[in-house]
Ligand binder design. Structure first.
Ligand code: NAD
Length: 258
């Protein structure tokens, strides 16, 4: 079903663990050439790469802090130097940074949350744009940009997560502009919007707390990263989603139904 992903060059930001790492693995299983990115080099990088490179594709690691515009540019450059171009970009890096209620938000925190969740996606996409256009032109099929939004982009986020929720809503919105002005370049833009997934994102909660929160969702539990990964394959594959652009796909176990 995802046969056209073989040999596609896929850059996944923020992908050393959690949802991003599961996406990297899924693309590698389908024969893609995949860029794994993290701010820091993970301690188990060698064993992770060895495991991933036994699958059908090829995976390389690129260290870069994508909340910095200069590093976003450097990441794209390094990926292109390695794989010769970009066919699919997944802007997955994101996070809460910390939980701070309105009374405690200062400029430094505002910048940290918006840089990580909004600036990163915009700048990586901006620098990838010429390569995505080139991919579409040469292949005669569309290139694909996938944003990672959040249920918080609809609900406003939980305690102390207002800025994070707003940054995710910003992502849900800005792709509409990109669709309007870059469809002519042969690029599709879609958003995967996770609900609550059991990753380091929820490291502040113990097992009982996660079970109690999960019991409140129709599916009765948190999602697992590998349950989100196929949605990235779907939006990357022209065979599956070649006429789909500007959409938000909610992967949330029924937690929220916009
Ligand atoms: P995670 O904390 O497990 O993984 C985050 C990844 O991002 C890590 O690989 C980390 O190295 C990387 N990263 C963090 N800051 C970075 C930076 N400045 N530059 C480069 N890489 C950086 O988180 P996750 O749960 O897998 O989240 C992945 C995405 O899904 C995020 O955008 C998050 O906001 C979103 N999301 C997660 C949930 C959830 O419940 N887990 C819900 C909705 C949305």
């Amino acid at each position: 079903m995802f046969g056209d992903l073989k040999g596609r060059r896929v850059l996944v930001t923020g992908s050393t663990q959690g949802i991003g790492l599961a996406a990297v693995e899924a693309f590698a299983r389908h024969g893609a050439l995949v860029g794994m990115n993290g701010r820091k080099t993970p301690a188990d990088l060698d064993s992770t790469l060895a495991r991933l490179n036994e699958l059908d594709g090829e995976v390389a690691f690129f260290s870069a802090d994508v909340s910095s515009s200069a590093e976003a540019a450097r990441l794209v450059e390094a990926f292109v130097a390695r794989f010769g171009g970009i066919d699919v970009l997944i802007n997955n890096a994101g996070g809460l940074v910390a939980r701070k209620p309105l009374e405690e938000i200062d400029d430094e925190f505002f910048d940290a949350v918006t840089d990580l969740n909004a600036r990163s996606a915009l700048m990586v996409t901006k620098h990838a744009l010429p390569h995505l256009k080139d991919s579409a032109k040469r292949s005669g099929t569309s290139a694909s940009v996938i944003l990672v939004g959040s249920v918080a982009g609809y609900t406003g986020g939980g305690p102390g997560a207002g800025l994070y929720g707003a940054a995710k809503a910003w992502l849900h919105n800005i792709q509409k502009n990109w669709v309007a002005f870059h469809t002519k370049d042969g690029i599709r833009f879609n958003t995967v919007s996770p609900g609550t997934f059991d990753t380091a994102f929820h490291a502040d909660k113990d097992t009982d707390t996660k079970a109690r929160i999960g019991a409140g969702f129709p599916m009765g539990r948190f999602g697992r990263p590998e349950e989100c990964a196929p949605t990235f394959l779907f939006f990357a594959s022209n065979a599956c989603s070649g006429y789909i652009t500007g959409q938000v796909l909610d992967v949330n176990g029924g937690q929220y139904m916009p």
